[in-house]
Design a protein around this ligand. Structure first.
Ligand SMILES: [Zn+2]
Length: 303
């Protein structure tokens, strides 16, 4: 699943935003690359794959992508070490990284940096949990089941949505990330309401919750009213998933603005896929308008 936000924050923080080899200052933002800054590269010490430079190792994917296996470099030095792995073996890179981090600590760090890093770690931890618990990297896929004419929700995602709620409430949020805190809370509330509403008329079969078509238990004319009630409930379920998709996009926008400009840049915005085999599928992008965000923030501060 790539490198998580907490490890990125640790790497950049402890490296003092500088290349571990030439000590040049680096930036994380593609747009702000001026002549004074190079775009920093999070290089793998043991290569990210078996066939990459320094890649032969028993480490698994998670270990390869963890902070312990990453070193922050400028593009030039990254190219040099990958082109000459015999001159730049794994052990030498580990040693360079440790020496560089000590140098940063002795020369650049202040107590306020340490406090700042601690606060950011709490926030990045919450971001990583949000990504994994609501399966953001497979958003279109799992929500397409929830939005299908015959909807279903996996019991796994339902459990994880409830766990996200606990995480969001228990996180200690620093004051300077107010909007991120609000966006995660609203996103988590949206997801909770979606899951809770779906569960009101559901049966668990195997690993999935399926709708219980309760109108079938009634005879005419009551069944007609009950069928309407069922349709209305289903529409409400769909709308709540769409609301959650807006929440996901808002959350990711703020992470890109305040924490990591590269967050989900490769995957892009979160889309829904609606439709069925017969009428065809359609991708849709849902986002909150400025006014919607404003009124959601007002509602949240009232609670
Ligand atoms: Zn360098």
């Amino acid at each position: 699943m790539g490198i998580n936000q907490k490890d990125i924050k640790l790497l950049w923080g402890r490296s003092g935003n500088r290349c571990a080899i030439c000590k040049k200052e680096l930036t994380q933002n593609k747009k702000s690359t001026s002549s004074a800054y190079n775009l920093g590269e999070q290089a793998h010490i043991v290569g990210d794959k078996m066939d990459a430079a320094r890649g032969k190792s028993p480490l698994n994917d998670n270990e390869r992508n963890s902070y312990h296996n990453l070193i922050l470099l400028c593009p030039n030095d990254h190219t040099t070490i990958d082109a000459n792995p015999e001159d730049w073996p794994v052990e030498k890179l580990h040693q360079l990284k440790s020496e560089h981090e000590l140098w940063v600590k002795d020369n650049l760090s202040t107590t306020s940096d340490t406090f700042q890093t601690a606060k950011q770690l709490a926030v990045t931890n919450a971001i990583d949990k949000t990504v994994s618990l609501c399966m953001l990297d497979r958003w279109t896929n799992w929500t397409s089941h929830a939005l299908s004419p015959d909807p279903k929700w996996s019991s796994k995602i339902v459990d994880q949505i409830f766990e996200l709620q606990r995480t969001v409430i228990s996180t200690i949020w620093p004051d300077e990330y107010k909007e991120l805190e609000s966006a995660i809370k609203i996103f988590s509330l949206n997801l909770n309401e979606s899951a809770q509403t779906f569960l009101t008329h559901c049966d668990l079969r195997g690993d999935y919750y399926f709708p219980n078509k309760f109108y079938k238990h009634y005879s005419y004319p009551e069944c007609d009213n009950k069928a309407l009630e069922y349709d209305e409930w289903l529409r409400k379920c769909y709308n709540l998933v769409i609301e959650a998709t807006k929440g996901a996009n808002w959350f990711a926008d703020i992470v890109r603005r305040d924490i990591n400009p590269l967050f989900f840049v490769e995957n892009g915005k979160f889309l829904t896929m609606e439709g069925d085999l017969i009428s065809g599928y359609e991708y849709k992008l849902y986002e909150y308008s400025m006014d919607e965000k404003k009124s959601l923030l007002q509602d949240l501060s009232k609670d």
